[in-house]
Design a protein around this ligand. Structure first.
Ligand code: SF4
Length: 193
């Protein structure tokens, strides 16, 4: 069976490759607070419902949208749920992601990777061109950010996926991160030698 990786698993690898080893090879979870996630989901739903329905159509030329779509690609080893799959008036498609957060530049790279993954999933499943993604920051007056995807983004992501697959398939134990502050704050600190 093909290995399918989620956007958050890729983000975790980029934070520290050993996360992938502990989670995939040893099956150790990070013990995230699931209740918090449910609560967060409800609040996002409430905030999303307050966004004017015509807002996106006017601002970025949306002619169709599907909400909370599960997509998977065996070819790219990816899976995920896209907040909104948009069809634009130029015939291309785009992912749109809501962030229950204020806009902060330092988090942009993470969000861009997520958006890119959703872009690949849409392109694969709908067989349409995807050149950009969108993010709405619900806590910054629904600030809408457009992210252009370039070939290098796709190439970098493909490389990252290959590295994660190598850890999973070979049981490869990657090097520690060089950032001591990440280790000080890490749930795996007591088993990571
Ligand atoms: S303790 Fe450091 S090297 Fe080990 S998993 Fe955590 S962040 Fe990575």
């Amino acid at each position: 069976m093909s290995i399918l990786i989620t956007p958050s698993e890729i983000i975790e690898y980029l934070y520290c490759p050993r996360f992938s080893y502990f989670m995939f090879c040893l099956g150790i979870d990070q013990h995230e607070d699931k209740r918090f996630k449910v609560q967060k989901g409800r609040e996002i739903h409430k905030e999303k419902s307050q966004i004017n329905k015509d807002y996106l159509r006017k601002k970025i030329g949306v002619i169709n949208k599907e909400v909370e779509v599960y997509l998977a690609s065996e070819k790219f080893h990816l899976k995920g749920i896209v907040d909104e799959v948009l069809t634009l008036n130029d015939g291309t498609m785009s992912p749109l992601d809501y962030k229950f957060a204020e806009y902060k530049e330092k988090e942009f790279k993470t969000y861009k990777i997520q958006s890119l993954i959703y872009g690949i999933l849409i392109s694969e499943n709908y067989n349409k061109a995807v050149h950009k993604g969108f993010i709405v920051y619900t806590r910054s007056k629904n600030k809408l950010l457009e992210i252009e995807f370039v070939q290098k983004d796709f190439d970098d992501l493909a490389q990252t996926i290959q590295k994660i697959l190598y850890i999973i398939q070979k049981g490869y134990y990657p090097k520690k991160t060089s950032s001591k502050s990440k280790c000080d704050d890490c749930t795996f600190n007591n088993i990571c030698v």
